[in-house]
Write a protein that binds this ligand. Sequence first.
Ligand SMILES: Nc1ncnc2c1ncn2[C@@H]1O[C@H](COP(=O)(O)OP(=O)(O)OP(=O)(O)O)[C@@H](O)[C@H]1O
Ligand SMILES: [Mg+2]
Length: 277
Amino acid sequence: MSYSGVFKQQQTKTISITSGKGGVGKTTITANLALRLSQTGNKVLIFDGDLGMANVDILYGVKPTGSIYDVIRGERTIHEVMIEVAKDVFLIPGGSGILEFNNLNGFQRRAMIEAVGQLPQDFDYLLIDTAPGIAENVLYLNAAAQTIAVVITPDPASLADSYALIKVLHQKYRENKFSIICNQVRNETEGVGLYQRFNDVVNKFLYIGLDYMGSIPMDPILRNATQLNRLIMRHDSSSESAKALKKICTEIECMNDRRSVTKGGLQMFWEQVVGVA
Ligand SMILES: Nc1ncnc2c1ncn2[C@@H]1O[C@H](COP(=O)(O)OP(=O)(O)OP(=O)(O)O)[C@@H](O)[C@H]1O
Ligand SMILES: [Mg+2]
């Protein structure tokens, strides 16, 4: 490759969307942000890391025929399992989660890294939809991402569980930067208040500060869209929740300089996930 080629190649920004508690809106947020980011001119790759109940595909109305695990097992190429779910939005399904990343042998780790090396390198964003909780897989995916976006809701259980997730990522993986998305709030004021209260607690006990990424209101139109297996961004892009998601997308596009540059890029992400970095 020529030098100009090297310099032109921008680094993929990697963002995990995660939570302590399940059902707080991670998949909804990931799938819609990906579409919105593509609408604003970005090329996006989604990794569906929710190995239990993967459903980014459902919201895009596609049916995956394979997953990352078929690639690791050497049964399919990464190009065979990656699906273009919308213009400039691609999805790598996570599969049924039989294998854990930390249980991969040396051969499987190399297969994964080689496969990722075959992917186009011109993605602007990699969004990772994780499972909820503090299982090792979730921790790996989060620790490998440049930006960890933790979704919280006003439900006290969601706050307690997200606190636990942040604590373990901080103590075991030395993560000290987290972004917060407040979902299912009444309005932005309630969202900001929720963020502030959560930030105070995390700050007091873990000595780390959290960034505010935005709030999404509880929106019956969104719930309805989900029931129809549709993305709110397509179903009703002028709804309150879609407007909030657009705002978060703008925030993401503006926060470039705040992330760790050393962690960026597709290759680096996967090397960290499988523990060869
Ligand atoms: N802002 C919102 N307003 C109304 N409904 C919402 C909102 N956010 C999410 N939901 C609904 O909550 C349900 C759970 O959302 P989603 O599947 O995205 O959560 P999740 O965090 O990915 O869950 P899991 O932990 O099981 O993967 C869905 O039915 C979704 O439509
Ligand atoms: Mg989900």
